[in-house]
Ligand binder design. Structure first.
Ligand code: HEM
Length: 194
């Protein structure tokens, strides 16, 4: 005989409020930091004229003040994730589940590696590491200008890898929302009061 709960609808798939807070605040900070970093790092150049140099310095200082926030958020997010299981994935073939977990692992790795590489490149150049114009965090290494170009290249490479993985992540989220029409995306959205 069927038990009374056998045909009960399963509860909706949903992340905790804290997980949603970390997800969306980090998404916003990473996008803002990326755009300002790209503007200051790639579009403006030293040595053109004083006005461009001043703009580049302002952009990079702004980039650092905002981007360092991700270091704090990622620690909070990792602690929360380690102590609170994510809801199980929606039904999908085993291979897709493995790829999804791999993609999320790469995202977590880059969310740590990108700010740490920026932190290292600025430290090696002898600059301070400011957080939201409030305070500085310690430098990661003593001034070593000889390694700065390598660390700048590493930061550039990791920042572009992050951009590509984020674009893939958004594309898959939209596929779930618009094509599969399952609960993957809504699980991370603010829940509407019924
Ligand atoms: C999630 C956080 C971060 C993102 C998404 C990010 C992204 C970027 C991007 C896209 C660029 C331009 C790369 C290019 O030239 O094409 C850049 C440059 C730069 N970033 Fe970051 N970054 C982050 C964190 C940090 C942190 C924490 C620091 C230092 C405290 C930092 C310091 C720098 C510096 C100094 C440059 C300019 C390098 C140069 O061209 O001289 N970044 N970043």
């Amino acid at each position: 005989m069927a038990s009374p709960t056998e045909h009960a609808p399963s509860p909706p798939r949903e992340y905790t409020k804290v997980a949603k807070f970390f997800h969306w605040s980090m998404a916003a900070i990473i996008i803002i930091a990326w755009v300002i970093g790209y503007y200051g790092g790639a579009m403006l150049h030293y040595g053109v004229d004083d006005a461009e140099t001043a703009k580049k310095v302002t952009a990079i200082v702004t980039h650092k003040n905002i981007a360092t926030l991700t270091l704090f958020f990622v620690v909070g997010r990792l602690i929360w994730r380690a102590t609170h299981a994510a809801p199980p994935l929606t039904e999908m073939p085993e291979i897709m589940q493995r790829l999804t977990h791999l993609g999320h692992g790469v995202l977590y790795f880059l969310m740590v590696a990108v700010p740490v590489s920026g932190w290292a490149n600025s430290s090696s150049a002898g600059y301070n590491i400011p957080v939201l114009w409030l305070f500085d965090i310690p430098t990661l290494m003593s001034k070593s200008p000889a390694v700065t170009p390598y660390l700048v290249t590493l930061h550039w490479f990791l920042a572009w890898a992050l951009a590509i993985v984020v674009i893939g992540h958004v594309a898959f989220a939209l596929k779930h929302l618009l094509i599969d029409r399952d609960e993957t995306m809504s699980a991370m959205l603010p829940r509407r009061k019924s």
